[in-house]
Write a protein that binds this ligand. Sequence first.
Ligand SMILES: [Zn+2]
Length: 240
Amino acid sequence: MLKGMVILITSSALVTEVIWQLYKMYRRSQRKVINTANGCAKQFCKDTEVNIDGEVMLFSKDSALCRPHLGHLKPCAKLDCPVRHLRRILDYLDSATDSLDVCIYFFTFSELAEAIIKANNRNVVVRMILDESMAQNDTSQLMQFYKEGIKPKFKKLDTLMHHKFVIIDNKILITGSLNWTKSAFFGNFENIIVTNDPVLVKPFIIGFESMWTFFNSTTTEDSNHNSRNSSFRSLNISTS
Ligand SMILES: [Zn+2]
């Protein structure tokens, strides 16, 4: 009798363990997989068959070593060569067919400015928001943009327009810590993420539209409440 009970309990425990292991295998099979080979990430969602591409670019103090070969835009063998990262960003900008929404705190990098001007010249709608301090800075590309018919928006505020992101064709987001300056590309610890995940891109589209309306307006009386931070806070997106 006792032996039978022991066998029954042991069997039940074994069956429970098998069911638990099968359940864990099922959960693992449903999990999104991120493959980061070569710095490129592909994310697969079995449930919805959504295919998301992404890319991470990291910069460090060693990025300064690559500055000498910026001239021909030829990357060296290093995977994290900043010239390689720059080439990738230029490729993304060159891929724009409909729109470029640019929101960069500090913008002095002429190669990147040229890519935006090129997009404008092929009838891509370019909208640009910069920080007001850009208007005071001789190294900014502001005059170049004006000359080419692009009118960046900026406004005197008691807060900074501190974003660094670009939305391409409302589908691809480039964002990170990096200002679009040579010193940031070649010498700072910085990061950039590129993604076409709609869950990430959409709040930036909504945030940009909200900022565009605000920066287009002529008044500054409600700047404390209507800065770019408020629009993003309402979407629960951190902008620190
Ligand atoms: Zn290099």
